[in-house]
Design a binder for this molecule. Structure first.
Ligand code: SF4
Length: 276
């Protein structure tokens, strides 16, 4: 593909086919998209290194989860942060297979993957690999938020490696299709993990009225899915005369008993996320 960038991982993608110019519809620049590809290729290299090791450690799993989460649609447009993440992934691989970087005749078994191979592959193969990749990126967001609350699942962690490995290796519909289906199966397990993490940490969500009225005085607006960050912010602003409002995806936070108990968690700012 002779394009400035290629990204078609969200429903806003240009012409329903792909963002390929200097920037995507969401504002992501071509250099950021290329760094996301480089990070994904490095993650596949790390998964290849894990494949030669006996089991995936908590440390490796956290690097993989953080790296995948970084590449979700518009999670990070910060090139320096993505470059740092790439270095983190490479350092973890170096820790696992230190001899590979010094090898005089590299076999490529733990090499990084060039994402152009995937974008330029036969359309069925590209589609199946994209389903796997975008699926595990979304799943990594769930796993990341569960990890922050000290919840993890070995089977979910192992699957991140298995799926990344297959993206870089398998080339047939017959071998990729079962992995696509397994993404759905493991994702359910991962969603259950996050649900357990959230409900054990903040209580069972209950129906809650949420006002859209903004009161006078200083306030902070919080969006995203980071309930732990919201909890810390609520604790740090308690009694200081600063109100906290949720926005977009953070709206459900009002339903959790251990978050709604803070009286300065006042309401929701704005309407749906696409209007932000
Ligand atoms: S994430 Fe941005 S660049 Fe990628 S398809 Fe969506 S709008 Fe386009």
């Amino acid at each position: 593909m002779d394009k400035k960038m290629f990204c078609f991982q969200c429903e806003q993608t240009a012409g329903c086919t792909g963002c390929t110019g200097n920037a995507g519809v969401c504002g992501k620049n071509a250099d950021t998209a290329k760094l996301q590809d480089e990070l994904t290729g490095a993650l596949i290299g790390l998964a290849r290194a894990v494949d030669s090791a006996s089991a995936i450690s908590k440390r490796t799993a956290q690097v993989i989860i953080e790296g995948l989460f970084t590449t979700v649609t518009n999670v990070s447009f910060d090139n320096a942060a993505i470059e740092n993440m790439i270095q983190k992934v490479r350092a973890e691989k170096e820790r696992l297979v230190p001899d590979c970087s010094k090898c005089q005749s590299p076999c490529g078994k733990t090499g990084e993957y060039d994402m152009q191979q995937m974008w330029n592959a036969d359309k069925d193969i590209r589609s199946l690999k994209s389903l796997i990749l975008f699926g595990i990126r979304g799943m990594a967001a769930y796993a990341y938020h569960a990890n922050v609350l000290n919840y993890e699942d070995d089977e979910v962690n192992r699957f991140f490696c298995e799926a990344l490995f297959k993206i870089g290796y398998e080339e047939s519909i017959e071998t990729l299709l079962p992995t696509v289906l397994k993404v759905g199966e493991i994702n359910l397990r991962c969603m259950a993990l996050l649900d357990k993490a959230n409900t054990n940490s903040y209580g069972m969500p209950e129906p809650t009225d949420v006002t859209l009225t903004i009161e006078k005085g200083p306030f902070i607006v919080v969006t995203g899915h980071d309930l732990k960050d919201l909890q810390l912010l609520l604790e740090q602003t308690e009694g200081k005369g600063i109100n906290i409002y949720t926005h977009g995806e953070m709206l459900p936070a009002h339903a959790y008993p251990l978050l709604k108990k803070f009286p300065h968690l006042k309401g929701n700012f704005g309407t749906a996320w696409q209007n932000q």
